[in-house]
Design a protein around this ligand. Structure first.
Ligand SMILES: [Ca+2]
Ligand SMILES: [Ca+2]
Ligand SMILES: [Ca+2]
Length: 283
């Protein structure tokens, strides 16, 4: 009888030990292990022995999991999926940046100059842009971005794009936004992708419907109309955007206006945008 009890007890210890070991493994995996697991096959590409570069940023389309390790310079402890945003859940850690982004009124395209095309009616031939940097302190995890026009007095012609660190936040026509393939859920702006494209892409059912990154409720005035602008994004839905801000140590907002063949194309009124950024400093 005694031998039997001992056996049962030993089995119990063995089972408990196995249980604790499994718990231990799942709770205390190294950063790298967790990343590999979450990032799947793509994460393996950013492994220790390979040079990481932002060119390696590839995940399945529509998947919010991001191979953040592949982004140069991102501090490892902040790159594991939602761990990047842990601080964003703690109201005592969140800081707020408020800044007025005052994009100056501008007019006219430089048709045929640089990589702008010569005039062609109803084709996107030229674009002009202005960039303003936000005063975000270095090493900050961005949790939330909101931009709102001070007044309902914004006007642009022909079409409008707003980017953050070269990723499109807003395109005034979803038909043009569709020209940019998503990478990690972001659409990098690339003039070559829209240059020379016909206005017919922005006709039909979706005419006047904007593309807004992760914000179905954004407000953008229609083509050649006067109106208000409002855009906000909870960055947890697009972690690559926050990772890029850390990586580049900068938030560069750019307003781009396009034209086809008219005097007064590539124009926009003063864009007085109130920017609010909620962020958490990385200790
Ligand atoms: Ca025209
Ligand atoms: Ca025009
Ligand atoms: Ca105009």
């Amino acid at each position: 009888m005694k031998g039997y009890e001992t056996m049962i007890r030993l089995m119990g210890i063995a089972i408990t030990t196995t249980f604790l070991v499994s718990c231990g493994i799942s709770s205390f995996k190294s950063t790298k292990e967790i990343e590999t697991e979450e990032g799947g096959a793509d994460a393996a590409k950013g492994g220790e022995d390979l040079p990481a570069s932002s060119d390696d940023l590839v995940v399945d389309e529509g998947d919010n999991a991001v191979d953040l390790e592949a982004i140069d310079g991102v501090k490892q402890e902040y790159v594991v999926g939602t761990a990047l945003f842990e601080g964003c859940k703690d109201p005592t850690k969140i800081q707020t940046l408020q800044q007025n982004l005052n994009f100056k009124e501008r007019q006219d395209c430089s048709f045929g100059m640089g990589d702008n095309l010569p005039i062609k009616n109803n084709f996107v031939t030229a674009r002009e842009s202005q960039t303003i940097k936000a005063d975000l302190p270095p090493d900050s995890v961005v949790c939330d971005i909101r931009m709102e026009s001070e007044q309902a007095d914004l006007h642009y012609d022909d079409f409008l794009f707003i980017t953050l660190n070269n990723d499109i936040l807003v395109a005034s026509e979803v038909g043009f936004g569709d020209l940019f393939a998503p990478v990690n859920g972001l659409k990098p702006w690339d003039w070559e992708k829209i240059k020379g494209k016909p206005f017919s892409l922005a006709q039909g059912d979706t005419k006047g419907v904007p593309y807004c990154l992760n914000d179905p409720e954004c407000k953008v005035p229609g083509h050649d109309m006067v109106g208000a602008f409002k855009y906000s994004v909870d960055i947890e839905g697009v972690p690559a955007l926050a990772a890029k801000v850390i990586n580049q140590q900068s938030m560069d907002f750019t307003v781009i206006a396009t034209g086809d063949d008219n005097a007064g194309d590539c124009d926009h009124s003063t864009f007085n945008l109130n920017l609010t950024v909620e962020y958490v400093p990385i200790p």
